[in-house]
Design a protein around this ligand. Structure first.
Ligand SMILES: Nc1nc2c(c(=O)[nH]1)N=C([C@H](O)[C@H](O)COP(=O)(O)OP(=O)(O)OP(=O)(O)O)CN2
Length: 146
């Protein structure tokens, strides 16, 4: 658990760590016909999957700790993201290899929510957490939205 115990002032600071991973996925709803899947998801429903170079930004907001001057040590944050997210998602087929997406469509929205839920468990409740995930250079999602 990464803690944020004392506040040195009433001012909060946001610190952002950027990581990346490459992964394959398929957008598909098994309750729909192939025709409907193709209509809704188009080329993203390719049964042989397709890949993205995901860019992940993890924003942590909290009070600066008086002893360190840190909100959170970026090394600890980087290790947390690597251990919990990128090591599990990088060079994987999200639909087949990642348990969270066995029954959940791996859209950018759902990947951001899953990432949030995993990281949230490891951070002090006093720290706010926001996820920004770029699926392509032109499409990204934010969770929670602001
Ligand atoms: N709301 C969402 N819409 C779409 C998602 C998603 O996760 N959430 N995902 C996709 C596909 O994964 C698709 O592969 C996106 O890639 P692409 O169409 O190539 O993306 P771009 O818009 O950046 O490419 P253009 O060249 O600008 O078309 C689709 N929708």
């Amino acid at each position: 658990m990464i803690e944020n115990t004392e506040k040195s002032s009433e001012r909060k600071v946001a610190i952002i760590r950027r990581e990346h991973f490459n992964a394959a996925h398929r957008l598909h709803n098994p309750d729909w016909t192939e025709e409907k899947n193709n209509k809704i998801f188009g080329k993203c429903n390719n049964p042989n999957y397709h890949g993205h170079n995901y860019e992940l930004e993890v924003k942590v907001i909290g009070f600066v700790q008086p002893e360190t001057g840190y909100v959170i040590d970026t090394k600890l944050l980087s290790d947390l993201i690597k251990n919990q997210i990128t090591n599990r998602f990088d060079h994987k087929n999200l639909n087949l290899d990642v348990a969270e997406f066995k029954n959940l469509n791996p859209t950018a929205e759902n990947i951001a929510i899953v990432t949030y839920d995993i990281l949230r468990e490891h951070l002090d409740q006093k720290l706010e957490l926001k996820i920004k995930l770029y699926e392509t250079p032109r499409n990204y999602v934010e969770f929670p939205y602001s």
